[in-house]
Design a protein around this ligand. Sequence first.
Ligand code: GAR
Length: 192
Amino acid sequence: MKKLVVFASGSGSNFQAIIDAVKQKKLNVEIAGLITNRDKIGAIDRAIKNRIPFQVVQVSDDELFAKRLAELLHQWQPDLIILAGFLKKIPSEIVSAYPDKIINIHPALLPKFGGKGFYGLRVHKAVLESGDAVTGCTVHFVDNEYDCGQIIEQIEVPVFASDSPESLAKRVLKAEHELLPSVINNLINKTN
Ligand code: GAR
Protein backbone atom coordinates (compact mmCIF):
# COMPACT_ATOMS: atom_id res chain seq x y z
CA MET A 1 0.00 0.00 0.00
CA LYS A 2 1.21 3.52 -0.80
CA LYS A 3 2.37 5.59 2.15
CA LEU A 4 1.79 9.22 3.09
CA VAL A 5 3.63 11.44 5.52
CA VAL A 6 1.67 14.55 6.56
CA PHE A 7 3.23 17.80 7.83
CA ALA A 8 1.07 20.17 9.90
CA SER A 9 1.49 23.19 12.20
CA GLY A 10 -2.04 23.83 13.44
CA SER A 11 -5.45 22.38 14.15
CA GLY A 12 -4.99 19.72 11.48
CA SER A 13 -8.48 19.76 10.00
CA ASN A 14 -6.98 18.94 6.58
CA PHE A 15 -5.04 16.09 8.22
CA GLN A 16 -8.40 14.94 9.62
CA ALA A 17 -9.94 15.06 6.12
CA ILE A 18 -7.23 12.64 4.96
CA ILE A 19 -7.78 10.37 8.00
CA ASP A 20 -11.54 10.36 7.33
CA ALA A 21 -11.07 9.56 3.64
CA VAL A 22 -8.88 6.58 4.59
CA LYS A 23 -11.44 5.38 7.17
CA GLN A 24 -14.23 5.70 4.63
CA LYS A 25 -12.10 3.74 2.14
CA LYS A 26 -12.17 6.60 -0.34
CA LEU A 27 -8.39 6.69 -0.09
CA ASN A 28 -6.39 3.48 -0.16
CA VAL A 29 -3.21 4.61 1.59
CA GLU A 30 -1.40 4.20 4.87
CA ILE A 31 -0.66 7.39 6.84
CA ALA A 32 2.84 6.44 7.99
CA GLY A 33 3.38 9.48 10.18
CA LEU A 34 2.77 13.11 11.07
CA ILE A 35 5.55 15.68 11.37
CA THR A 36 4.89 18.96 13.17
CA ASN A 37 7.09 21.93 14.04
CA ARG A 38 5.04 22.77 17.16
CA ASP A 39 3.83 20.80 20.14
CA LYS A 40 0.38 20.96 21.77
CA ILE A 41 -1.49 21.43 18.49
CA GLY A 42 -4.73 19.90 17.29
CA ALA A 43 -2.97 17.88 14.60
CA ILE A 44 -1.10 15.93 17.30
CA ASP A 45 -4.33 15.16 19.18
CA ARG A 46 -5.75 13.80 15.93
CA ALA A 47 -2.66 11.61 15.39
CA ILE A 48 -2.90 10.21 18.93
CA LYS A 49 -6.63 9.54 18.60
CA ASN A 50 -6.05 7.66 15.34
CA ARG A 51 -2.87 5.85 16.46
CA ILE A 52 -0.74 7.54 13.80
CA PRO A 53 2.95 7.92 14.73
CA PHE A 54 4.04 11.55 15.06
CA GLN A 55 7.23 13.52 15.65
CA VAL A 56 7.61 17.14 16.70
CA VAL A 57 10.65 18.68 15.02
CA GLN A 58 11.42 21.93 16.82
CA VAL A 59 14.91 22.77 15.67
CA SER A 60 15.93 26.33 14.87
CA ASP A 61 19.20 25.42 13.11
CA ASP A 62 18.34 25.00 9.40
CA GLU A 63 20.87 22.25 8.76
CA LEU A 64 19.74 20.21 11.76
CA PHE A 65 16.09 20.75 10.83
CA ALA A 66 16.74 19.34 7.34
CA LYS A 67 18.75 16.44 8.78
CA ARG A 68 15.99 15.47 11.21
CA LEU A 69 13.34 15.64 8.48
CA ALA A 70 15.51 13.51 6.19
CA GLU A 71 15.90 10.87 8.93
CA LEU A 72 12.16 10.69 9.58
CA LEU A 73 11.31 10.52 5.89
CA HIS A 74 13.93 7.81 5.41
CA GLN A 75 12.31 5.88 8.26
CA TRP A 76 8.73 6.31 7.03
CA GLN A 77 9.47 5.95 3.27
CA PRO A 78 6.53 8.00 1.94
CA ASP A 79 5.29 7.78 -1.64
CA LEU A 80 3.75 11.22 -1.16
CA ILE A 81 4.37 14.02 1.36
CA ILE A 82 1.45 16.28 2.21
CA LEU A 83 1.86 19.78 3.64
CA ALA A 84 -1.49 20.30 5.37
CA GLY A 85 -1.14 23.72 6.98
CA PHE A 86 2.62 23.41 7.58
CA LEU A 87 3.88 26.95 8.04
CA LYS A 88 7.64 26.41 7.95
CA LYS A 89 9.60 26.31 4.71
CA ILE A 90 10.65 22.85 3.56
CA PRO A 91 14.46 22.77 3.22
CA SER A 92 15.75 22.64 -0.35
CA GLU A 93 17.59 19.34 0.37
CA ILE A 94 14.23 17.72 1.10
CA VAL A 95 12.56 19.27 -1.95
CA SER A 96 15.31 17.90 -4.21
CA ALA A 97 15.28 14.48 -2.55
CA TYR A 98 11.52 14.06 -3.21
CA PRO A 99 10.88 15.52 -6.69
CA ASP A 100 7.14 15.79 -7.50
CA LYS A 101 6.34 13.98 -4.26
CA ILE A 102 5.60 16.96 -2.00
CA ILE A 103 2.27 18.74 -2.29
CA ASN A 104 0.82 21.70 -0.40
CA ILE A 105 -2.69 23.01 0.15
CA HIS A 106 -3.18 26.77 0.08
CA PRO A 107 -6.41 28.64 0.97
CA ALA A 108 -6.62 30.83 -2.17
CA LEU A 109 -6.56 30.59 -5.93
CA LEU A 110 -2.80 30.71 -6.53
CA PRO A 111 -0.89 32.52 -7.97
CA LYS A 112 -3.11 35.10 -6.24
CA PHE A 113 -2.69 35.66 -2.49
CA GLY A 114 0.33 33.39 -2.10
CA GLY A 115 3.91 33.74 -0.98
CA LYS A 116 5.65 34.49 2.29
CA GLY A 117 3.31 35.87 4.93
CA PHE A 118 0.15 34.67 3.17
CA TYR A 119 -1.26 32.08 5.53
CA GLY A 120 -4.40 31.53 7.54
CA LEU A 121 -6.71 34.51 8.05
CA ARG A 122 -4.24 36.94 6.41
CA VAL A 123 -5.06 35.33 3.06
CA HIS A 124 -8.80 35.78 3.52
CA LYS A 125 -8.39 39.38 4.74
CA ALA A 126 -6.42 40.17 1.59
CA VAL A 127 -9.08 38.54 -0.60
CA LEU A 128 -11.82 40.64 1.03
CA GLU A 129 -9.75 43.82 0.64
CA SER A 130 -9.20 43.05 -3.06
CA GLY A 131 -12.92 43.00 -3.77
CA ASP A 132 -12.64 39.68 -5.68
CA ALA A 133 -15.98 37.89 -5.97
CA VAL A 134 -14.36 34.46 -6.16
CA THR A 135 -11.63 32.81 -4.13
CA GLY A 136 -10.88 29.15 -3.47
CA CYS A 137 -8.14 26.70 -2.64
CA THR A 138 -5.20 25.23 -4.50
CA VAL A 139 -3.14 22.07 -4.26
CA HIS A 140 0.28 22.43 -5.86
CA PHE A 141 3.66 20.72 -5.99
CA VAL A 142 6.22 22.20 -3.63
CA ASP A 143 9.39 23.82 -4.95
CA ASN A 144 11.89 26.13 -3.30
CA GLU A 145 9.62 29.21 -3.24
CA TYR A 146 6.55 29.68 -1.05
CA ASP A 147 3.33 28.70 -2.89
CA CYS A 148 5.03 28.73 -6.30
CA GLY A 149 5.20 25.13 -7.53
CA GLN A 150 3.11 23.71 -10.35
CA ILE A 151 -0.63 23.90 -9.67
CA ILE A 152 -2.35 20.51 -9.62
CA GLU A 153 -5.98 21.42 -8.95
CA GLN A 154 -8.16 24.20 -7.57
CA ILE A 155 -11.72 24.59 -6.30
CA GLU A 156 -13.46 27.96 -6.59
CA VAL A 157 -15.47 29.34 -3.67
CA PRO A 158 -17.75 32.42 -3.81
CA VAL A 159 -17.01 35.51 -1.74
CA PHE A 160 -20.10 37.24 -0.29
CA ALA A 161 -20.42 40.95 0.56
CA SER A 162 -21.35 39.97 4.11
CA ASP A 163 -18.18 37.84 4.60
CA SER A 164 -15.70 38.33 7.41
CA PRO A 165 -12.24 36.73 7.10
CA GLU A 166 -13.53 34.04 9.49
CA SER A 167 -16.69 33.20 7.52
CA LEU A 168 -14.70 33.10 4.29
CA ALA A 169 -12.03 30.88 5.89
CA LYS A 170 -14.74 28.46 6.98
CA ARG A 171 -16.21 28.19 3.46
CA VAL A 172 -12.77 27.76 1.87
CA LEU A 173 -11.73 25.17 4.47
CA LYS A 174 -14.75 23.06 3.56
CA ALA A 175 -13.54 23.07 -0.07
CA GLU A 176 -9.99 22.22 1.09
CA HIS A 177 -11.30 19.12 2.86
CA GLU A 178 -12.78 17.96 -0.45
CA LEU A 179 -9.85 18.93 -2.66
CA LEU A 180 -6.93 17.50 -0.70
CA PRO A 181 -8.06 13.84 -0.39
CA SER A 182 -9.24 13.90 -4.00
CA VAL A 183 -5.86 15.13 -5.32
CA ILE A 184 -4.02 12.58 -3.15
CA ASN A 185 -6.21 9.84 -4.57
CA ASN A 186 -5.48 10.92 -8.17
CA LEU A 187 -1.73 11.12 -7.59
CA ILE A 188 -1.56 7.79 -5.77
CA ASN A 189 -3.48 6.03 -8.53
CA LYS A 190 -1.32 7.63 -11.23
CA THR A 191 1.84 6.13 -9.74
CA ASN A 192 0.33 2.66 -9.16
C1 GAR B 1 -5.46 25.66 5.85
O1 GAR B 1 -6.42 26.62 5.50
C2 GAR B 1 -4.34 25.64 4.83
O2 GAR B 1 -4.77 25.86 3.53
C3 GAR B 1 -3.50 26.78 5.33
O3 GAR B 1 -3.46 26.61 6.72
C4 GAR B 1 -4.72 26.08 7.14
C5 GAR B 1 -4.47 24.89 8.04
O4 GAR B 1 -5.68 24.45 8.60
N1 GAR B 1 -2.18 26.77 4.74
C6 GAR B 1 -1.55 27.88 4.37
O5 GAR B 1 -1.99 29.00 4.59
C7 GAR B 1 -0.20 27.64 3.70
N2 GAR B 1 0.28 28.81 3.09
P1 GAR B 1 -5.78 23.04 9.29
O6 GAR B 1 -4.64 22.95 10.31
O7 GAR B 1 -7.12 23.05 9.97
O8 GAR B 1 -5.67 21.98 8.22
